[in-house]
Design a protein around this ligand. Sequence first.
Ligand SMILES: [Zn+2]
Ligand SMILES: [Zn+2]
Length: 284
Amino acid sequence: MRIGAHVRSAGGVKEVVPRALELGAEAVQFFISAPQQWRPPVITEEDAAAFRRAREEAGLPCFLHGVYLVNLASSEQALLGRSVGSLKQYLKWGTALGVEGVIFHVGSHKGQGFEAVAPQVCRLVREVLEYAPDGCKLIMENNAGQGGGVGSTFAELGALIRGLDNDPRVGICLDTCHAFAMGYDLASREGCERAMEEFDRYIGLDRLLVVHANDSKVPLGGVRDRHENIGDGYIGYEGFRTILAHPAFRNVPFILEVPGIDGEGPDAENVARLKRIREELGLA
Ligand SMILES: [Zn+2]
Ligand SMILES: [Zn+2]
């Protein structure tokens, strides 16, 4: 498995790969616009070409993360329109940059319940996919279950994929912190076995395209999204050993979204911690 990190794209996407390599990252995720705003990404052809060159040279798997405002489960038409528009833009740019996929949060039903919003979510994802040129996957991330988050359980994510007629362009990103907060005890051997069996049953392990490797500041089942540095949270160093040792993750890139030792985001130290575990386990 590759150990990677989310890095900033300040200064343009051409900065992303060099920044990742500085951390020792073997895979990378980045934003192409401010994640708290709708403003569409603006990337010059020159910048994109420099990114593609650097990426090809380094051979890094790359992922975009969509904006946080996206909500395909909303009852507000304007928000739905903007969400669909944003995801289409990201897929367009993802294809232009040649990345593996666009990771996004499905959204929140705000109390309506999953069953009530699932058909709408599937219809909108289908609409987004119509504009998805081949090659760049659309990747749904599990959430920590707070505020009516859609896709917090493997059962929900599986139901969405079936609602999309098992479209091969749709994949899953498993965030370890979010799963732990939802009560999937990835930190214990038995819990990890059970969780990944459930993942396989509802979703299928072949859909697991990427892992967000984050420790958790809240205990198991805390239903809150608070990332911690690897080994410093409730999943802990041993917990990550258990996760890395599980065969389900063998060929899946791990991307850190941790606060960092200095609070400035994923850093070389966190990359090194996961690499150390990988080495201890004798994994490539
Ligand atoms: Zn995440
Ligand atoms: Zn999170």
